[in-house]
Design a protein. Structure first.
Length: 249
């Protein structure tokens, strides 16, 4: 598949879907507390997306059953919301949300602490989020996809954490997953050149321990191989002549 570059009008539409995703994530962040279930978050997101006249991007995608992915502690990505999964103090929960508005997709993720968390877990969240912005800063015309991954990997590994290899970021537009794939590791200068109008979902998934991931029996939830905590942050970003523009702010 070829890489699709978007017009400024298309980027504007993506900004609207991205803005909705951000509003949903902000509302969910405020809800996160001990005693709240991941299904409580799911129901709230479902209502917010519907009320905005948009469609949930994940539900039904390869038969995925829910609006959100909610991944707790050692779960890396694609945790399925469940009324029995109740958050407790010291947990972290990654919330990944996508929406389609006017035919264009927005996709973003945050990892939220539940009450007080251990200092080393807070560091994991801080470094993962910082690595996202380091990756975004590399999303400039003339750079390559490899520059993004190298920027993320460098910061993550300098802090003693590891980058998940099995899951990567992606192009985004009128489909949730478009070309190119955007790994969170790699060599600067490698991969496709970045051009004006490319839209990318950049999403570091970072483990406190080793990088390995294992798929659970539900065929969706990926967990760390060594049981260490994992964090996930994501923005949808447009490559412009004026530098990277975050569409999910």
């Amino acid at each position: 598949m070829a890489i699709v570059c978007k017009s400024s009008a298309e980027i504007e539409k993506m900004r609207r879907s991205g803005h909705l995703v951000r509003q949903v994530l902000d509302a969910l962040r405020d809800m996160v507390a001990p005693g709240v279930s991941t299904m409580d978050l799911e129901r709230a997101a479902d209502k917010l997306i519907r009320d905005a006249g948009a469609k949930a991007a994940f539900k039904g995608y390869y038969d995925y059953p829910c609006v959100l992915c909610t991944s707790i502690n050692q779960e890396i990505v694609h945790g399925i919301p469940n009324a029995k999964r109740v958050l407790k103090a010291g947990d972290v929960v990654s919330i990944d949300c996508g929406a389609v508005l006017d035919g264009y997709y927005g996709d973003a993720a945050i990892t939220v602490p539940v009450g007080q968390i251990a200092p080393e877990v807070k560091k994991l969240l801080d470094v993962t989020e910082a690595s996202l912005y380091r990756g975004i800063d590399a999303a400039r015309v003339g750079n390559t996809v490899g520059d993004i991954g190298a920027a993320v990997q460098q910061l993550v590994e300098a802090n003693g954490f590891s980058v998940v290899r099995e899951f990567v970021g992606h192009g985004i537009g009128t489909r949730m997953h478009e070309e190119p794939q955007v790994p969170n590791y790699g060599k600067a200068g490698n991969g496709p050149k970045l051009r004006v109008g490319m839209a990318l979902a950049i999403e570091p998934m970072v483990n406190a321990g080793k990088p390995g991931a294992v798929l659970l029996q539900d065929k969706w939830t990926a967990v760390t191989e060594d049981g260490s905590y994992s964090a996930h942050f994501e923005h949808s970003v447009a490559v412009t002549n004026d530098g990277p523009v975050i569409l999910t702010e």
